[in-house]
Ligand binder design. Sequence first.
Ligand code: ZN
Length: 450
Amino acid sequence: MSEPTVTFLGGVREIGGNKVLIEDGPDRILFDFGPAFSERMEQFYVDFLQPRRASPVQDLLEFDLLPRIEGLYSREALTDSDLPYRAPEVHGLFVSHAHADHAGYLRLVDPEIPVYVGAGTRRLLETIEASSPSMKYGEHRWEVFADRAPVRVGRLEVVPFPVDHSIPFAYGFLVRTSAGTLAYTGDFRQHGPRAPDTHAFLAAAAAESPAAFVTEGTRAGPDPRRDFSEEGVRTGVDRILEESGTLALACTYPRDVDRLRTLYESAQAADREMVVSPRTAYLLEKIAPMFPRDAVPTVGHAPGLSVYARKKRRVATWEVPYLESALEAETLRARGERYLLALDFYHFPELIDLRPPRGSPFIHSMSEPFSEDDVSDQVLHNWLDHFGLAFHQMHASGHASGPELLEIVRRTAPTCVYPIHTQHPEAFERAGPKVRLPELGRPYPIGRDA
Ligand SMILES: [Zn+2]
């Protein structure tokens, strides 16, 4: 009988794009399946230049941007590709969380392959599909797992553990194979509101003396960016709102529910109303039932939360209920000091109507750009300069820091460490001699010091 192996089909020396294949005898399962945020990708596909909907696998394989494996893709996605269709040879796909770089290629996967997700992730994916016309995950045999309840796929046993990340309902996994346990972290941090979940996962991993530890390393290596804890963001935003007597603006990641809650709490403390887009209002309403009562504010129930009515020609059906009581630019312009408006980058033209007084605060509650020649960062600053807005960087990362990662590796004491989802896997070598810098597509035996 062949020994179990782990193969990295994506996420190697790049952020995102994790595709972790685990094989044990005849049983094959895959963890995560999305595009990477990498230079390799952006050499060919950027902004609105994207693979054709009619032949996505063909267009991605052209530049080796997808793994060339049979028995995984749907017949439809394979249209015009030189990869032949084969009945499923992967027996389950586990999705760690709903971020695009982990779930964005689900729509390419054969609908016969079961897709295992947490109940919250299932709800998030449905919500994103319903409110973002460009996001489609495809039809699947969805299997919803419960926290810490083992799922058996052939001889493999997978135990999903909730972890803290910048989107709710994120998981790490323990995968028990015939040669020992592999722990896969997904994306995680331990400085957000669900830090105890991360600690419990890492403790469970260490308790099984894992043969392999597959960890994300987003912040490994040089990372000059400032960063706060979620509480630190709260304190910072409180101070900005306290010092401002005009309209306050903030920009966040659309699915970072922790951040939306932090901003809402800051607005409440400052006697301001928080104003969000219809899409954010819809997301909050759909996921609130998955949280303890009143943990997630929703429009119409939570005090001081309303919707902003952007100037639009066409309105989607799901938006209609939020627009009846939505606030228009005129209202926010007249009494700016009463509001904190969470605005998307793509909605900046609203500033032309809002005309916040010069010096009004703009809270950038997202990560700082990776490079100095980031085009959208330049555009953002052009807008802020034009309107004379005061820029404030206030963000807590979704990822553990470099020093934390090294400490976690030491404490987990696995036989082998495989850093993925990082541009600097070699930064892990400081944690000890067991670090393997994975090569794309090469199978590594689990349970043996490969
Ligand atoms: Zn993520």
